[in-house]
Design a binder for this molecule. Structure first.
Ligand SMILES: C[S@@+](CC[C@H](N)C(=O)[O-])C[C@H]1O[C@@H](n2cnc3c(N)ncnc32)[C@H](O)[C@@H]1O
Length: 352
């Protein structure tokens, strides 16, 4: 008999523990809606401004129904999102301001929660039918709020990319400070482009995306920030960037798994083509487990969850082997840098 490579069920697995697991997930479901209500109605923001306020005071300030806010506070206390006293005064639990009250903070997760409460809920409605037909509703052209929630969901990665990952790539900062250029593939609403203009004030930036909704938002954000003279936007694929364009870095954040599998290789080929010799490709994305056993490992839990949540968007997450194949096949023959960060994001870096 061959030995199983799979993690066995825990020794203490019982009918009760399986019931408890589902109850815990069901509680998580309510926690997501509780958080979303708190974000949308400004409850977290008010408690960030007024620690020690009572539920009744907060309800009055926001013009909300006081008994509902009371129950929201008790539940948020029970979930560990608020700290509180028996006199019904509350404050945010440690670090919850960063995670749920300050949208510009790199740890902010309000947008990610919204992707679950609003958009995953919408997707779920046609899931049964989609499982019969295989139909998909793609990412592109959904709505402004969808594009914005996605951008909020990846805000931390954008800051990390612009302030740490790109500047650490050998020789890149010198090139960009000397007037080099960067291309962002799948720039969405343009938030990362704005981070790039701040991190590399001498560089030119190009943003490419096939989503007209995101591109409209990106155009407005870039004009509002007064950096339109340093940022070019191209509606379409990398292949639509003007012939002869050469850049020192190509970056994509949460994009590779969104690119239709049938054209992935040609997109990576185009990235290779536009890079100058010595230029870098930085990919921040998610890696699907290569084996069933891997799908229970901590670093794959988030990608597996994404693969399910985005199934009916038509997204197929690449495995490590597929990522390596795409890069090698495009011509990248040097070392492929690979690291797992945060909840299970993969950072790939490779030099031409
Ligand atoms: C999850 S969103 C991430 C957007 C942005 N990078 C961010 O972090 O907010 C993926 C983006 O990739 C874009 N995309 C998908 N396929 C593309 C392709 N072939 N060329 C350019 N952009 C593409 C989508 O339209 C979408 O805006």
């Amino acid at each position: 008999m061959t030995e199983s490579t799979h993690d066995p069920a825990p020794a203490d697995c019982s009918a009760e523990s399986q019931v408890a697991k589902v109850f815990e997930w069901r509680r998580g479901f309510n926690a997501m809606y509780l958080i979303d209500i708190g974000v949308q109605l400004g409850l977290f923001a008010v408690f960030a401004d007024r620690p020690g306020a009572s539920a009744a005071e907060v309800a009055e300030q926001l013009g909300l129904h006081a008994p509902y806010v009371e129950t929201w506070c008790t539940t948020a206390y029970s979930f560990g999102l608020l700290e509180g006293e028996e006199d019904r005064t509350f404050r945010l639990a440690p670090f919850i301001d960063q995670v749920l009250a300050i949208p510009s903070h790199p740890r902010y997760l309000g947008g990610y929660v919204r992707l679950g409460t609003e958009f995953a809920t919408e997707d779920h409605r046609y899931c049964l039918e989609a499982f019969r037909t295989g139909d998909t509703v793609p990412f592109q052209g959904r709505s402004d709020t969808f594009a914005e929630a996605v951008a909020q969901g990846t805000a931390g990665l954008q800051v990390l990319s612009a302030r740490k990952l790109l500047p650490e790539l050998e020789g890149l900062k010198d090139r960009l400070d000397a007037g080099g250029s960067l291309l962002e593939v799948g720039c969405g609403t343009g938030r990362h482009l704005l981070q790039l203009t701040k991190a590399f004030p001498q560089a030119r930036c190009i943003g490419v995306d096939i989503d007209p909704t995101g591109m409209k938002a990106a155009e407005a954000a870039i004009a509002a920030a007064g950096v339109a003279d340093r940022v070019d936007l191209v509606a379409g694929e990398v292949g639509d960037v003007a012939a002869g364009t050469e850049v020192d870095a190509v970056v994509m954040i949460e994009v590779l798994h969104e690119i239709a599998p049938g054209i992935r290789q040609s997109v990576i080929d185009d990235c290779y083509r536009v890079l100058r010799i010595g230029g870098w490709l930085l990919i921040i994305d998610e890696t699907y487990p290569s084996t069933l056993a891997e799908s229970r490992r901590p670093e794959f839990l988030f990608p597996v969850q994404t693969g399910f949540e985005e199934l009916t968007w038509g997204n197929v997450l690449p495995t490590r082997e597929e990522q390596d194949f795409l890069l090698r096949n495009a011509g990248f023959d040097g070392r492929i840098g690979r690291a797992v960060i945060g909840e299970g994001f993969t950072v790939l870096s490779v030099r031409k």
